[in-house]
Design a protein around this ligand. Structure first.
Ligand code: THU
Length: 130
């Protein structure tokens, strides 16, 4: 069984690889798939700013490319005073792949949300297709 501590440790580790020369804001993520595999991701910035990929979406991309299709939770870490919270785009992408739980951590604390809390009614309509 993968523990939240393991996911958080993975997220801190991959945060070291963040490519964030524009914001200098380094983020790490660790995505837990249904079969127990962990997919790490870090933010990958671009000079256009708009083409920046957040750590969460990089983790999702790596997992999908590796063939994973079911997911339990994602951990996101940053060295901030308050744990950070995923942007709207990432919430939508996490909803696309049925990620249920989002754990946000800084050096001192962790907070847990359901994705439903962060993006209510995501599966109503568009994702709730026949
Ligand atoms: N960022 C993430 O990677 N994940 C988040 O949840 C929030 C923001 C990144 C995007 C950008 O590279 C930098 O943090 C500043 O917004």
């Amino acid at each position: 069984m993968t523990t939240d501590d393991e996911l958080i440790a993975t997220a801190w580790e991959v945060r070291e690889n963040a490519y964030a020369p524009y914001s200098n804001f380094h983020v790490g993520a660790a995505l837990l798939a249904g079969d127990g595999k962990i997919f790490p991701g870090c933010n990958v910035e671009n000079i256009s700013y708009g083409l920046t990929n957040c750590a969460e979406r990089v983790a999702i991309g790596a997992a999908i490319a590796a063939g994973a299709r079911s997911f339990e939770k994602v951990v996101v870490v940053a060295d901030t005073a308050q744990p950070i919270s995923p942007c709207g785009a990432c919430r939508q992408v996490l909803a696309e792949f049925g990620v249920k739980t989002v754990i946000l951590a800084n050096r001192m604390e962790r907070v847990e949300f359901s994705l439903e809390e962060l993006l209510p009614r995501a599966s109503t309509g568009i994702l709730d297709r026949p």
